[in-house]
Design a protein around this ligand. Structure first.
Ligand SMILES: [Fe+2]
Length: 345
């Protein structure tokens, strides 16, 4: 495929900018990403699909931190990413744009990792002060990613997915066409997944109910053009294999105590043990009608059993698809330019 080979590299000095680091974690990540970016800029031999894959894997691994934190979000990133891909395809976007939108769906909530559990998992209404803290997650997410060689690929999805056409969103109160396309798409997909997913304090809504809420809020909360296309996808039934799933063809399974919280990964096999990360219940996987079904053992997981594990199979598949669709020219262009709006230590 043209353009997938090494590029002529234009080396430019990196500007020293004002140091502005908010936490040690952010600072360390920014140093690491800055080294990565410099190494790629100054090493043309590294500008290959292999390195694009490695960069992409590091992006998706960061996204996984959010998933690892909350046992009730199993599969949320994958579902939002899949809905966003379907909606981009429905809108006639090309393969590269669709891949970027899908990646945006995977990374959009990165900043939630910095929001305290007491707020993130609160079941009652949030106070104004708590809501103000929630509203920091888009900017926070992008600052955490700052300096990553591929940060700009997903910037708009991260910073603008809570903006609304009526200007009542956050953080910037953008309106209508000020909102980037990827953010309009991810905003709809994120809301649909939140409505159709089970939470500790409520069951997920049926698809039809969630679609009717999107219909009622077109042009106020949701972009009218993309919301209309999303409703068409819902009516065509093409969202059904994603709702309440954590991967392609793998539905979330029920823990009798906690609801659909059990994530079965593509590398799991019969007789593997899995655990509900919410109540610690132990299950053994048994093959029934070609599907792995969890059966309770009556036991409970120990601390090591309950550690969140990176879904390497899913990440590898997502990387493969993204890199296949994103031309290396695009990847290198993002590295060349970096993001001058981000303070670099
Ligand atoms: Fe969000």
């Amino acid at each position: 495929m043209p353009g997938r080979l090494k590029q002529t590299v234009m080396i430019r000095p990196l500007k020293r900018q004002t140091k502005q680091v908010n936490t040690p974690v952010e600072g360390n990540a920014m140093n690491l990403f800055q080294q990565l970016r410099q190494s790629l800029i100054h090493s043309p031999e590294k500008r290959t699909e292999k390195y694009a894959s490695q960069m992409m894997a590091s992006l998706l691994t960061m996204a996984w931190f959010v998933e690892a934190r909350d046992p009730y979000t199993g599969g949320h990133l994958w579902r939002v990413s899949r809905y966003a891909r379907l909606l981009a395809e429905k809108a006639g976007e090309n393969a590269a744009e669709t891949a970027m939108i899908s990646l945006g769906g995977f990374l959009h909530d990165l900043g939630k990792i910095a929001i305290p559990d007491s707020i993130l998992r609160k079941t009652g209404p949030l106070t104004d002060e708590e809501y103000d803290i929630i509203k920091t997650h888009p900017d926070l997410g992008y600052r955490m990613l700052a300096g990553h060689p591929m940060a700009r690929l997903v910037k708009d999805a991260i910073v603008a997915h809570h903006e609304r056409p009526d200007g009542r969103g956050y953080p910037k109160k953008l309106a209508q066409e000020e909102i980037p396309k990827v953010a309009k798409i991810v905003g709809i997909c994120d809301a649909f997944d939140a409505m159709t997913s089970h939470r500790p304090y409520r069951a997920g809504m049926p698809k039809e109910k969630a679609l009717s809420i999107i219909r009622e809020n077109m042009d106020s909360q949701f972009d009218i053009y993309y919301a209309d296309l999303f409703l068409q996808l819902g009516e065509e039934g093409v969202l059904d294999h994603i709702i309440a799933h954590s991967d392609e063809g793998i539905p979330l399974r029920d823990c009798p105590m906690c609801g659909p919280t059990l994530v079965i990964r593509r590398e799991h096999q019969e007789n593997d043990h899995i655990y509900c990360r919410n109540c610690t219940g132990e299950f053994v996987l048994k093959l029934q009608d070609g599907l792995l079904q969890p059966e309770p053992t009556g036991g409970q997981g120990q601390a090591s059993d309950l550690e969140p594990e990176l879904d390497t199979g899913l990440i590898a598949a997502t990387v493969q698809q993204s890199v296949a669709d994103l031309p290396v020219e695009l990847f290198t262009r993002y590295i060349d330019h970096g993001d001058s709006s981000i303070p670099i230590p």
